[in-house]
Design a protein around this ligand. Structure first.
Ligand SMILES: Nc1nc2c(c(=O)[nH]1)N[C@H]1C(S)=C(S)[C@@H](COP(=O)(O)OP(=O)(O)OC[C@H]3O[C@@H](n4cnc5c(=O)[nH]c(N)nc54)[C@H](O)[C@@H]3O)O[C@H]1N2
Ligand SMILES: Nc1nc2c(c(=O)[nH]1)N[C@H]1C(S)=C(S)[C@@H](COP(=O)(O)OP(=O)(O)OC[C@H]3O[C@@H](n4cnc5c(=O)[nH]c(N)nc54)[C@H](O)[C@@H]3O)O[C@H]1N2
Ligand SMILES: [Mo]
Length: 783
């Protein structure tokens, strides 16, 4: 690869000793200490807390966690002994803090005290909880309409906190619930709800034991869902074929040495994960899957012509689906030329993938952000589900749909109706149970919330977790929106940029994390979460809180609701947070699926929510699963940009995660499996493209994205890394590349920002003296 010392080939399998060493490093981290290490070792135990790392389930909720490197990083980050207390804010003005990198901000440690922005001194200053809630209440009550406030949620929020939050906000009077899901699996929910009647996956871990073929689209489990590799490995070892569809060669999809397998570890062995690796073009999945389907339909026609049985599950079509004939006609009409050009795979590869599908009896399709963050994401997911329907691979053992969720409770938050477009039946029920009339108008999603803040339709921004300023697209536009607010409030555990890109008034409200003991009037409390496979279970913290001043998220919502709604509220907020069982009883009254919630969630392992599609009950209106035709897109923003610029090569840029980050939280500067060390501004490109640009690996370049809104968007100073990626495709890390994603560029129907397909041009780096410098110096240890 390049001569730059920070880039070198990583030739070992994913996992292995390097992963164990990394876990060990978290255990002995100077800032984590003995109690933190003890906390780490008790993650995902039946009586402990749920790992805040990702939404992948654990078998019987009894964990393999001690072997999950990135789970360990997430827990250690929360269990750190470092504190970002009032003294930190006294030492640094907000403008000074803004000069530091996201990595430095994160490494200051846990927030300890509510803080209020003081414009006169440009410092955050301590404030009491009562003063803080009074300030928010004053702003909320002063708004001419509740629709001028927006309430963001990040997916770590528990079911209990999310339920109370949506209850408060709806009683206050708005459905403005942008959430991280809007930027994540919204496309999956949108497509699947319409197609199979449930906006979630249909499989369980047991299905992974039985599948004989697993398709993995646009996902990097080695980094983002390390425990999923264990399932893939077991599957591979018993002969299940695993096909990866990914423009990049990802080590975790190629080889894995399971740290739990002592023999494999001692012998230095590893297991081949993907039996077939399809390196398609960025955004080429719809075309690729349509090509696979075309092959399957052709083979079926051949079989029928020979008088053999159909290769498709036609009994299933008759009993369970609609639209097959029209769909099949559309696929037959699609040309191989278009499919090949747009997928970046050749006909032989597509036919090989089609044969793999035809040879398999029980197929699971998994997907992640490589699928959901394009203009045509909803249509792509329809196509994946179409493929699965062809041979009845939904709703039977060993087969089904598996959108792999990100945040540990992002699915539960939506179940609790953190949703800007709540169904009418839910609102009716909420109104009945609580005796108020919930607002009916749809609210703002993430993109709409930013637009509304920019043009003054939204004036108060409140965030339950997350890092809105950094996670969202079009960083400059988002910053403009946040800065024009009258008040911005962040309920968070760690210092992040959203505290520094603030409204005229601003608050930081520090809360308990998942790992910490939450004591209320009735004693220590547990909360519940829902994983990616619809399993609901209990999570109870075991670590002493980072500070005595912290409040739990449910307590924060309750006190805010009291301050804002006062006697007008129909809810006895105080009484509810004394004992979270009371919140769960209310959840059970609003959602039938949660009947006997308190009893069922205390059975070890919890319970699974009903999932119609997984038992072939299709809640789609007509009671049938739908085949949904979709054209291969040939006029995406990338196509248009290419058509307009013939002189200069236009690339498709995918923005993704490195191995040492959790979304906007940067743990470190390495991306081990991709061979990048000590560098986050890396740009992965095909060696031939680098040469064609007249550049060399190790050169620094600037990126400019192309869009038709006339705004110039740039990100500068990226190190070129020669990588195994198709020509015309580039990849770089999020969030450094978020300034390039235009706010107006989002997926059809789901409105998810198109973070995986940004049209860009690459030019040699020009130092910009006016650009803000970001410092990254070692954290000061306080307390
Ligand atoms: N350690 C760690 N764990 C995490 C997270 C984290 O940041 N760090 N984040 C959590 C969250 S919120 C989420 S949503 C998940 C995200 O987990 P993933 O879905 O794995 O997310 P990404 O890293 O963004 O990108 C995934 C993959 O998409 C591929 N890709 C890019 N474009 C395309 C395309 O057009 N087609 C195909 N087929 N592939 C493409 C990239 O090469 C990459 O391998 O992980 C969760 N878990
Ligand atoms: N370009 C680009 N942009 C993307 C993506 C991409 O792939 N590319 N991915 C998108 C995706 S999939 C997602 S999910 C979003 C993520 O968007 P967010 O969920 O908004 O971002 P995070 O980085 O996960 O939030 C981190 C912050 O959460 C706070 N926090 C941590 N734990 C807790 C807790 O227990 N309670 C509370 N209240 N706060 C806590 C900490 O202060 C921390 O700084 O980003 C999206 N943005
Ligand atoms: Mo996500």
């Amino acid at each position: 690869m390049s001569s730059d010392p920070s880039i070198r080939d990583y030739d070992r399998p994913a996992g292995g000793w390097d992963a164990l060493k990394s876990v060990a490093r978290q255990l002995v981290r100077e800032d984590v200490g003995v109690e933190g290490a003890r906390t780490l070792l008790r993650t995902n135990q039946p009586d402990g807390f749920d790992c805040p790392g990702c939404a992948w389930p654990d078998r019987d909720h009894a964990s393999t966690f001690e072997f999950c490197e990135n789970g360990a990083k997430a827990v250690a980050a929360e269990a750190t002994r470092r504190r970002a207390g009032p003294d930190l804010f006294a030492r640094h003005s907000v403008s000074q803090l803004a000069e530091y990198s996201d990595h430095w901000l994160e490494s200051q440690g846990r927030l300890t005290t509510p803080m209020r922005y003081d414009a006169a001194s440009d410092h955050y200053v301590p404030v009491t909880w009562d003063e803080a809630f009074a300030l928010v209440a004053r702003h909320l009550r002063a708004l001419p309409s509740p629709d001028e406030a927006v309430f963001y949620t990040s997916g770590r929020t528990s079911n209990e906190a999310a339920f109370l939050y949506q209850l408060f906000v709806r009683e206050y009077g708005t459905n403005n619930f942008p959430d991280c899901s809007n930027m994540c699996h919204e496309s999956s929910g949108t497509a699947l709800k319409k197609q199979v009647g449930v906006g979630k996956g249909t499989v369980t871990l047991q299905d992974f034991e039985q599948a004989d073929c697993i398709l993995v689209f646009g996902q990097n489990p080695g980094t983002n869902h390390p425990r999923m590799l264990g399932e893939l490995r077991d599957a591979a070892r018993r002969g299940c074929r695993i096909a990866a569809f990914n423009p990049l060669r990802e080590r975790g999809l190629e080889r894995f040495a399971d740290p739990q397998d002592k023999l494999e570890m001692l012998r230095g062995g590893s297991t081949l994960i993907a039996s077939d690796y399809f390196q398609l073009k960025i955004g080429g999945d719809l075309a690729a899957v349509k090509g696979i389907i075309k092959h399957v339909l052709e083979r079926d026609a051949d079989a029928l012509a020979r008088g053999e049985a159909s290769l498709l599950d036609r009994d299933f079509f008759d009993a369970h689906t609609s639209g097959f004939e029209a769909f099949a006609a559309d696929v037959r009409a699609e040309s191989w030329d278009t499919i090949i050009a747009e997928s970046g795979l050749d006909e032989a590869q597509l036919r090989r993938a089609g044969d793999l599908y035809l040879q398999s009896e029980r197929v699971i399709a998994c997907w992640g952000m490589g699928i959901t963050q394009h203009r045509h994401s909803v249509a792509t997911i329809h196509m994946i589900a179409n493929l699965m329907l062809l041979r009845g691979h939904i709703g039977r053992p060993g087969a089904g749909l598996c959108p792999v969720r990100g945040h540990s409770n992002v699915q539960g938050d939506r179940t609790m109706m953190i949703w800007e477009r709540p169904p009418a039946a839910f609102l009716d029920r909420l109104g009945e149970v609580f005796g108020f009339e919930p607002p009916r108008a749809p609210g703002f999603d993430t993109v709409a919330a930013i637009e509304a803040m920019i043009d003054g339709r939204a004036k108060v921004f409140f965030a339950m977790g997350g890092n809105f300023a950094v996670a969202t697209p079009d960083s400059d536009a988002t910053a403009r929106g946040l800065r024009s607010c009258a008040l911005t409030v962040n309920v968070t555990t760690k210092l992040n940029r959203s505290h520094l890109v603030h409204g005229r008034e601003a608050l930081i409200l520090p809360c308990l994390g998942r790992t910490e003991i939450d004591v209320q009037a009735a004693g220590p409390q547990g909360v519940t979460v829902e994983d990616s496979m619809s399993m609901v279970h209990m999570s109870a913290g075991i670590h002493a809180p980072a500070s005595d001043t912290l409040l739990s998220e449910p307590a924060i919502v309750a006190r805010l609701a009291q301050a804002t709604l006062g006697a007008r509220s129909k809810v006895d907020w105080d009484w509810l947070v004394e004992d979270y069982d009371r919140i769960r009883d209310l959840i059970a009254r609003v959602f039938d699926d949660f009947h006997d919630f308190n009893a069922r969630v205390r059975v070890p392992g919890g319970f699974r929510l009903s999932n119609g599609a997984s038992v072939r009950r299709w809640d789609t209106g007509d009671g049938r699963a739908r085949f949904v035709p979709a054209a291969v897109p040939v006029d995406s923003p990338v196509h248009r940009a290419r058509a307009e610029r013939s002189a200069q090569p236009v690339f498709t840029l995918a923005t993704m995660r490195s191995h040492d980050q959790y979304n906007t939280t940067i743990y470190g500067l390495d991306d081990r499996y991709r061979g990048v060390f000590g560098e986050r501004r890396a740009l992965f490109a095909n060696a031939a493209d680098i040469a064609a640009l007249g550049l060399a690996p190790g050169d620094r370049v600037d990126l400019e994205s192309l869009s038709d809104d006339g705004v110039r968007r740039q990100a500068r100073g990226f190190l070129l890394v020669a990588y195994d990626i198709p020509r015309g495709c580039l990849a770089a890390y999020y969030p450094e590349t978020n300034p390039l994603v235009p706010l107006g560029s989002f997926a059809d129907e789901s409105r998810t920002p198109t973070s995986k397909s940004v049209p860009v041009i690459v030019v040699p780096h020009v130092a910009d003296a006016t650009a803000p410098r970001q410092r990254d110096i070692p954290a000061t240890v306080v307390g």
